[in-house]
Design a protein around this ligand. Structure first.
Ligand code: SAM
Length: 392
């Protein structure tokens, strides 16, 4: 992926109008919400972003179906633990192009038909532009599919597994910046008809208490003037709403995440926020608003705390590399050696995409964090929970 440098920050008319209506500036969180999720102008809301090797950025399921095939036994195991005969749901939140949902439905149908026959796919996607593309792809789903939001699902909570693959990193973040003796909230404003960032009002409760818990208060010399990072106020409401939709089962979060001491390390002076478009990366969130994906890593302690408050118990966590190796990735690689030489090009492609999934400098560094609620699915199990080796 190429890294691009900040360019001119021309302001589209819709954003200029909104900023002026808001008094000239808004918190970064509001800006991020608009440029990602506005139904007309947002990168996801409009359906403008596309995921895959020929799109704006790749995700594991967009590389091949093997990610879903490796994950399927784990999902099946969690579904098996739910009450016998009960209707089951496989819920994907933030399904993007819908590839993971389709590939998992196909893997479940092929490997666990007894589960597939009582499982429905439920997609939770707030952005109509993305849901439209998911609808087209999921016409091929072997399982019944529906789209719903957490509020609607809460009227008849489900039993099953919820996946959040690269979705929580798309929640809008509050950017914080040190100014003198204060942590300040970053705002986006208009300056001479250009977008700019400024450290504005000092942070108030409850964010101050959160900062204290994360070791960022009291302020000391290790994080100098201008040091900035992110907080995720959207995590707790998201996790609580997700809990309301699930009577019993497991939530698997897969995302870039760091422990607080790494996330807020003094040397990480510009946080984790990045922008992606057309396979390019930029650390300038003000570039072409509504055309770039903006994403921020998760802080593991903040995620766990928000999950606990929301009614989830932590089941376990590990790096993606470890999880996929335990789920049979090495056996898949080994099996490629006995492939027909005539299919060499295809075999090499498969090898490359499998290795990308576990590359510690890329997707292999993703974290898998599983939570459980209701029923006996918890009980101190550790990830990976895989019981028997899958067929290759
Ligand atoms: C980076 S894409 C992930 C796509 C897919 N999971 C994958 O890995 O290929 C983020 C997806 O999350 C959706 N999204 C954003 N905010 C969301 C929210 N609060 N709840 C559910 N989905 C959301 C976006 O519209 C998009 O479909």
């Amino acid at each position: 992926m190429k890294t691009v440098q900040p360019g001119p920050r021309a302001v589209p008319a819709w954003l200029r109008q909104r900023l002026l209506r808001a008094g000239g500036s808004v918190p970064f969180l509001t800006y991020m919400e608009w440029v990602l999720h506005d139904p007309e102008h947002g990168a996801y809301g409009s359906g403008r972003l596309s995921i895959g090797p020929h799109g704006d950025f790749v995700t594991a399921p967009s590389l091949s179906a093997e990610f879903a095939q490796l994950l399927a036994p784990q999902v099946a195991q969690w579904l098996e633990r739910l009450p016998r005969g009960a209707p089951l749901a496989l819920v994907e939140t933030g399904p993007g192009e819908g590839q993971l949902a389709l590939q998992l439905a196909q893997a479940l149908q092929a490997g666990w038909p007894h589960l597939a026959e009582r499982t429905e796919l439920v997609l939770v996607e707030p952005n109509a532009g993305m849901a439209e593309r998911q609808r087209r792809l999921l016409q091929a789903s072997p399982l019944p599919v529906r789209w719903a939001d957490f509020t609607a699902l809460a009227t008849t909570p489900l039993r099953g597994v919820v996946l959040a693959h690269e979705v929580l990193d798309a929640l809008a973040v509050e950017r914080i910046e040190r100014r003198g003796d204060h942590w300040c909230r970053q705002r986006v404003l208009l300056v001479d008809d250009r977008l700019a960032l400024e450290a504005a009002e000092p942070l108030a409760e409850p964010l101050l208490s959160q900062l204290e818990g994360l070791g960022l208060l009291p302020l000391d010399g290790r994080r100098p003037e201008g040091w900035r990072s992110e907080l995720h106020p959207g995590l707790a409401p998201w996790l609580a709403a997700c809990a309301g939709a699930l009577a019993e089962g497991t939530l698997l979060v897969i995302d870039y995440a760091h422990e607080a001491h790494r996330y807020y390390a003094p040397q990480r002076s510009n946080g984790t926020l990045m922008a992606y478009r057309l396979q390019q990366a930029s650390d300038d969130p003000l570039r072409d608003p509504g055309h770039w994906d903006l994403t921020a890593h998760l802080c593991l302690e903040s995620l766990n705390e928000a999950a606990r408050e929301g009614g989830w118990s932590l089941l376990g966590s590990c790096r993606q590399g470890e999880a996929l190796l335990a789920l049979g990735l090495a056996q898949r690689l080994h099996a490629l050696q006995s492939g027909e030489p005539a299919r060499l090009e295809e075999l090499l492609k498969r090898r490359e995409s499998l290795l990308r999934l576990v590359d510690p400098a890329a997707l292999g560094d993703f974290r898998w964090i599983a939570f459980t609620r209701g029923g006996p699915t918890g009980g101190g199990q550790q990830l990976p929970l895989f019981l028997s080796q899958p067929e290759v």
